[in-house]
Design a protein around this ligand. Sequence first.
Ligand code: PLP
Length: 277
Amino acid sequence: NGSNDILELAARAFLTAGCEAIYSQHAFAVYPLVTQATGATGVVVPAKNYGHDLPAMLAAITDKTRMIFVANPNNPTGTLLGKDELFEFLKQVPKHVLVVLDEAYDEYLSAANKSEAIGWLNEFDNLIISRTFSKAYGLAGLRVGFGLCHADIADLMNRVRQPFNVNSIAQAAAVASLADDDFVERSYALNQAGMVQLTQGFNKLRLEYIPSFANFVSFAVKSDTQNAAEVNQKLLQKGVIVRPIANYEMPDYLRVSIGLFSENARFLEVLEEIINK
Ligand SMILES: *Cc1c(COP(=O)(O)O)cnc(C)c1O
C-alpha cells in the first residue's frame, strides 16, 4: 500500500517503547507518525539549510537508537544530500541501527544526481531503501511502493505485513508502468520545465524559495500585510490548492506542486494578484 506501508512496516517490525528513532526537522511527516504509533521515542535533529544535517544525526545516536529515517530528496523542502556524504554517513552508522532511505522522488533527479543506493545494499545489511509508483509514475491512488533491503530484514518486515496489502489491480498497473519509460521521461521533462517556470516566477515576485530537487517547491510569504495562511486562503478562493506546511515548523512557507504549464501559469498569475493587493 504505497511506500508509506514500507515505512510503517519498518517501524512496526523494529521499534518499540523504550527505543529511539532519529529523523530531521522538516522531514516527511510520516516518520514521526509511524514512530509514535509504536511507542518509541522520536528524536528530531535540527535541519541545516532546511535539509538533513547528517553529522548531527550521527551524533544523536545512542544505545537506544534502532532506526534513522532519511528522505532524499526530502518532502516538503525538496533538499538533496550528495551521494558521497550519504555513503560516508552509512559507513559510520552502527550496525544495530537501521537506516530507512526514502527515495520517493528519485525519478525526478537528473542522471548525475540519481541515487546509487541500490548498489550499496551489498555493503550495508542495515539499509532499507523505499521507492514508490505514486510520484513520477502517477499511480498514487493505486497505492504501490516497494522496499529493497537484506533478505533477513525483509523477512522480519513480512511477518508484520498484512498478507494482501497490495491489491492485484495495483500490481498489474505497477508492472505495466515499469515498461513505460516514455511516461517517466515525459514526467521528468515536464517537471524540469515547470521548475524553471515557477522559480522564475518567484524571482520576479521577489519571493524567497528553497531550491528543490523534487516535483514541488516551497516558497516563503513573509510580507508585513499578509501571512502564508492568509495567502493560502486567498489562493483557495481562486481555486488554486497549495500546501501550507506550518505543521513542518515552516509557518511562513507554502509548498506548490509543479503542474502543467497552464496550471503553473495560473498559479503565478493568481499569486501575483494576491501578493500585490
Ligand atoms: C509521497 C511520499 C511517500 C509515500 O508515498 P506513497 O504514496 O505511500 O508511496 C514517502 N516518502 C515521501 C518523502 C513522500 O513524499
